[in-house]
Design a protein around this ligand. Sequence first.
Ligand code: ARG
Ligand code: ZN
Length: 470
Amino acid sequence: MRSRSRLIPAITIGALAAMLSGSALAGSSGSPGLGDPYYPTDGNGGYDVEHYDLRLTYQPSTDLLSGTATITAVAVQNLTAFNVDFALAASRVKVNGLNATFTRNGDEYTITPVLPLLPALPFVIEVTYSDTPSKVPGSLWKKTPTGALAVNEPHIARYWFPSSDHPRDKATYDISVAVPDDGTAVVSNGILLGSVPERGGLKRWIWHNGSYTATYLSFLTIGKFNVETAHATRGRPFITAFATDLAEPSLGFAKESIGKTPEIIDFLGTQFGPYPFHAEGGVVVSGLTFALETQTRPVYGVSFFLNSTNESVVAHESAHQWFGDHVSVDTWRNIWLNEGFATYASWLWSEHKGRGTAQQLAVSVYNARPENHPFWQVVVADPGAGNEFNRAVYDRGALGIHALRVAVGDATFFRILKAWQFDRANRTGTIEQFIALSERLARKPLKDIFNLWLFTKGRPPAPPGAAEDT
Ligand code: ARG
Ligand code: ZN
C-alpha cells in the first residue's frame, strides 16, 4: 500500500490490450528491492501490494504447505516484469488471469506477465505453490510437534507466502488454512470468520485482517491450541490461543498475564491515542525464545511466564501495536522507533500501576551497565543489520525517550507521541522525522539530546533526569 488514496479507473483486459497495442512501451522492470540499507532486496519496486488473499492447506505430519496466494497490487510505473520475494517453490503464476512466465533466484522471483502493466492500474497476481517450508535453506518457518510457527522479525513472510517483503509495503489480508480436522487449530491476525469442514478430513480456518499490516507482522501458528474468544473494549474480539503442551504453573502465569491485555491497551490508548486496530489477543507457544508484536495478536514464547506473571512483556508487545505496527519502520535502521518506545511503554505501565516510576527505571537501567560495558558501544539510531534487537536499542533507546520527556515535560511529550501516531497512521516513519516533529511541538532544539542517547557511542555522563532527581 502506498499512502493516501488512489483513484483507480475501472478498466477491462480488452480495453487494456487495445490501449497497449501500438503503444511503444520501453521494457521496464520493477526493481528487486526497495533499497533498505540493511536489506536492499527486501520488498519490490514498481508496484504496491494492497491485499493478500492466502488460501492454503497444511499437513502437520509432512510439513507440506500448498495453495494459492492471490495478491492485489497497483503498478506505480510501466512494468514489463516485476519481482516478488518468495523462498518456496511455485508451480504456476498468473497475472490478471493469464499465465505468466517466471524465474527464481533464491528468494527473488522475477515474473513476466503476458501484458505489460501500466502505472496506477491495479493488477492481480496468483501464485500457486507447494513446498515444505522447514526444509528450505535459511528458512525461519518452524516445524513443531503438532504443527508449525511462522513468527519472526525482520524476515518471515517469504518463507510462507509470496510478498513484497518490507514494512513500507503494508497490505490487508485474508488468510485461510485447511488442516486435519483432528483438533488442529490455525491462528492468525485479526478476526476469525469461522472454521468449516472441508473434504479430505480437513477443516478450513478463515481469518480476516482488514488493517494495513507489514509483512513481518502477519503470522501463522498451526497446532494443538485452546482458542478462546472474549470481548475487550468497544466490543473488539479478544482472541487468545494457548498451546495445549503448556504446563502449570507457567500456563496459569501466561493466562493471567495475557488476560491483562485489554486493560493495558486501554491505558496505552490514553498515552498514545486510540488503539489502531479492530481486534486484540495473544498467543502463547512453547517453541519460541522471544515474543513478537504480530498485528492485533502478539505471539509469546512461554519462557516469559516460567516463574511468575509478566505484565511488562504484555505492555511491551501491546505498545508495539502503535509503535511498530500502526507506525512502522521506514527502513530497518529505524528500529529504535519500535523497540525504544515499546520498552518505554512498559516503564509507563509500571509507573501507572505504582510499581516504580519511569525515572526510577531509567536510573536502574543506566546503572546496570558500567561505563566499559559493550552495551554503551551500540549506536541505537543505526545498530547495524542483524543487530536490531541488541539490548541497547531497547534500554538505551528507552533512556533516550525518557531524556526527551524530561526535556519537554509531560504535556508536550505525550502530545508528540499522539501527533506521531496520528500523522503517520498506517504508514512508516524515520528517526529524523520523529526528531523534527518533537522539535516542532516543543518549539526548541532537541538535537543534542537525541545525539547523546541515540547517535553517539559511549555512556552519557548521567541518566536522564538525574539532576532533578538528586
Ligand atoms: N520485536 C520483538 C520484541 O518485541 C523482538 C523480535 C526479535 N526477533 C527475533 N527473531 N529474535 O522485542
Ligand atoms: Zn519489542
